[in-house]
Design a protein. Structure first.
Length: 137
């Protein structure tokens, strides 16, 4: 069985945001005993990843690492009409990725003890973000 859920997240500032609880609230309860959850973000200037969910310094450091790796204002950028953060946001999104697949084990997301799902927002000023959650059971 396949079920799809649309999830709209409010606008967030630039940075890495823990969204595991938002996703869990959107999913049916109970979850199947076994299956897969695919999470897909429908935008090209943000991304999804799984990382440390306990210490918020990890999210801050990750955002700083992305900003260091892909800098704004590089003279070789051609796509500059939407602001200095736009082309770097597209590049960061490509590096991180637009989707995640997470196993469902024993009726729960099969995340490790210290793992959480992040929305990595790479733009300074954006609106809400849309996710598609696809549950395979």
């Amino acid at each position: 069985m396949i079920e799809q859920i649309q999830l709209r997240l409010p606008a967030m500032r630039r940075g890495c945001h823990l969204i595991t609880s938002d996703i869990l609230r959107a999913l049916p309860s109970p979850l199947p005993a076994a299956g897969l959850l695919n999470v897909f973000v429908r935008h090209t200037s943000c991304a999804l990843t799984i990382n440390e969910n306990a210490d918020p310094d990890v999210r801050t450091d990750m955002a700083r690492i992305f900003d260091h790796l892909v800098r704004e204002g590089e003279p070789f950028y051609n796509h500059t009409m939407e602001g200095p953060d736009d082309m770097p946001a597209h590049a960061k999104s490509t590096l991180v990725g637009a989707s995640l697949t997470i196993p469902i084990v024993g009726g729960r997301l099969g995340l490790g003890t210290w793992q959480g799902i992040y929305l990595c927002e790479f733009r300074d000023y954006v609106g809400p973000r849309s996710l598609v959650l696809t549950l395979y059971s």
